[in-house]
Design a protein around this ligand. Structure first.
Ligand SMILES: [Zn+2]
Length: 390
């Protein structure tokens, strides 16, 4: 039996659970009319059925959306084996135990995986110059490569900053239009001295360089700023730290001092860094971030696997803070597919409209990294990659 050839001009109406086109708030359920390989219309499936009665309906389910943005990862850890462990065990038993796996080979494998996933952009933390050289040469990466800066001794900050600045200036000459941009990431508010933090933030603000900082990932971090002690301090390697935490942050820890308030009072939030994790925060912290206009990146699976707590999504959204999503490294996030974090977050926030989560993975990520949002709209080419497999 032979079938007639499918009519390329007969419209298809694809019906999904969640449609996000890059504009507006999205539709749930949603529909996309495709004629040939072009989008003819998007919107509410019932209205589209009425407008295109001749269309062949395909119940595809799931999500239809442009490629998502993975706004925070560590590609150079892509050869690590995933392991879920409480935060203070994960650091020695995974990050340090598998440190031989970290480097250029893992970073390139991670970049290959992002290309295979069709990711729309990445915010990557780059730990070494060799990895930066390798990733900067990738024609298929878009987003920001943030060079990581660490150093707890304030008296060494000028020398460290001069080295970083020299490297960044050289790398910026290698940026290509459409390729990844160079950014900077002071690792955390507690592993970078106040002096180095200020130098990096002022330089980034002056040069228009993107900044990203891990903040308030684990409950022990606000505890350190409030007391100068606790498990984060007890687990440090003393050779890399001054005598007291007060020397790192250039002020005395005190009740009510949080990592976010510290960054704000140091002037760092004025440089509009993207703040990653932001799980263990106060209402005052959220208000400060909203006032400063900083975007935040949530890594739901990583936070869950390391038992860091739950990112207070609705509190940020109510304050008008732009939220993006990231996987973190595969060692804590399990995969580099940020769509898996959207799926996980749907279980984590059952009362939250799933359109909000999908929007965060696309527009939120684009805003956090300074990338334009792609659109699914009338007259543009249709891609089967818009059907998310989650
Ligand atoms: Zn991270």
């Amino acid at each position: 039996m032979t079938h007639p050839a499918p009519d390329p001009f007969k419209p298809r109406l694809l019906v999904c659970d969640v449609l996000y086109t890059g504009m507006g708030g999205g539709h749930a359920p949603g529909g996309v009319v495709v004629v040939g390989d072009t989008v003819a219309a998007t919107g509410d499936p019932a209205q589209l059925r009425a407008r295109y009665p001749q269309a062949q309906v395909e119940e595809v389910g799931g999500v239809i959306a442009p490629p998502p943005v993975n706004a925070h990862t560590h590609l150079d850890m892509s050869a690590y084996a995933f392991q879920a462990l409480p935060y203070f065990r994960w650091l020695p038993e995974v990050v340090i135990a598998q440190r031989e796996q970290r480097g250029v080979a893992g970073a390139l494998a991670g970049a290959d995986e992002l290309a295979r996933l069709g990711v729309g952009g990445v915010g990557d933390i780059v730990w070494s110059g060799e990895v930066m050289d390798a990733l900067l040469a990738r024609e298929d990466l878009r987003g920001v490569l943030y060079f990581e800066v660490l150093g707890t001794f304030a008296e060494q900050a000028d020398k460290r900053f001069a080295e970083v600045r020299q490297r960044v200036e050289a790398w910026r000459k290698l940026e290509r239009p459409g390729g990844p941009r160079i950014g900077l990431t002071p690792h955390t508010p507690y592993t970078v001295s106040h002096h180095l933090m200020r130098l990096v933030a002022e330089y980034a603000a002056g040069e228009g360089l993107p900044l990203q900082i891990h903040v308030a990932e684990h409950p022990s971090e606000p505890e350190l700023f409030a007391t100068g002690a606790g498990p984060l301090w007890d687990h440090r390697l003393p050779a890399f730290w001054p005598e007291t935490f007060a020397e790192v942050i250039g002020r005395a820890p005190e009740p009510g001092l949080t990592p976010v308030r510290y960054l704000d009072e140091l002037g760092v939030l004025a440089a509009k860094p993207t703040l990653v994790h932001m799980v263990n925060v106060t209402p005052d912290d959220i208000a400060r971030v909203a006032r400063a206009g900083c975007a935040v990146v949530s890594c739901p699976r990583s936070n869950h696997h390391l038992e860091c707590g739950t990112f207070p999504w609705t509190a940020y959204a109510a304050a008008g803070v732009e939220i993006a999503l990231g996987t973190d490294s595969v060692a804590s996030g399990e995969s580099l597919d940020v769509r898996d974090d959207v799926a996980f977050a749907r279980g984590l926030y059952p009362a939250l409209d799933p359109r909000v989560l999908v929007r965060a993975a696309i527009k939120g990520g684009g805003r956090a990294l300074g990338l334009p949002t792609p659109f699914i709209r009338r007259g543009e080419a249709w891609s089967e990659d818009y059907l998310w497999k989650v």
